[in-house]
Design a protein around this ligand. Structure first.
Ligand code: C5P
Length: 227
């Protein structure tokens, strides 16, 4: 087998998508950011007033699932796939803290997960895909060729996301980000519906003290070993 299905799971803000994109580019594989899909559904729910103080109007959202069309389109400027919600580019909006604060609530809804998992399985139909998320190696592609479970110290992750957002000009506090990271870790690990767990056959990658270069070298070696 030469074209692999690579599943990357792990905690929030571990650099999963940065790594997944990099690997996809090197291997000339497709990259699918499943977190962006949960974020797009969350943005839809926010815009339709379906989230009020940590309470989601679940029935209304589930009824609308077929009306929420999520696509990805390559952007020449950013040199990466950008997320579209019903034809509108929402790439920036889905990264804002308002969405981050509610996304785990939306991702805990079983119907939302089933709907998105089905779409993800279609994206990965042709081998040669790198997909990142929370349940890729456990639920979406239990037979993935290579499974990586990423983790890093919560404070290091909060600092990275803080730098990313302030660079974009967003006014945020490190404390608020750390609180968000820890809250999401907790919800993601304790939800009933496909909680974040390491697949038995996943390789753990703790990148707290790895440079991006060291990390890439490690992962490229794991890929070589599978081809
Ligand atoms: O990866 P990212 O941080 O953008 O994901 C946003 C949120 O979407 C996560 O905190 C998690 O609650 C949810 N998610 C999920 N399953 C996935 C991808 C993301 O539950 N496969």
């Amino acid at each position: 087998k030469t074209k692999l299905v690579i599943a990357i799971d792990g905690f929030s803000s571990c650099g999963k998508s940065t790594m997944a994109k990099d690997i996809a580019k090197r291997m000339e594989y497709i990259y699918v950011d499943t977190g962006a899909m949960y974020r797009a559904v969350t943005l839809y729910a926010i815009r339709h007033q379906m989230i009020l103080e940590d309470e989601v109007s679940k029935e209304a959202l589930v009824q609308d699932l077929d009306k929420i069309v999520i696509t990805f389109q390559y952007d020449e400027n950013s040199k990466s796939n950008e997320t579209y919600l019903n034809g509108e580019n929402v790439e920036n909006e889905i990264r804002q803290l308002e969405v981050s604060n509610s996304v785990s609530l939306i991702a805990a809804i079983a119907e939302v997960r089933h709907h998105l998992v089905r779409l993800q399985q279609v994206f990965g139909n042709d081998s040669g895909v790198v997909m990142d998320g929370r349940d890729i190696g456990t639920v979406v592609f239990p037979n993935a060729d290579l499974k990586i479970f990423m983790t890093a110290d919560p404070m290091i992750r909060a600092k990275r996301r803080f730098d990313e957002l302030t660079e974009k000009g967003e006014m945020v506090s490190l404390e608020a980000i750390l609180a968000n990271v820890e809250k999401r870790d907790h919800i993601d690990q304790t939800r009933d519906e496909s909680p974040l767990v390491k697949a038995d056959d996943a390789i753990v990658l703790d990148n707290s003290h790895l440079t991006p270069k060291e990390q890439t070298a490690l992962v490229m070696q794991w890929i070589e070993d599978k081809i």
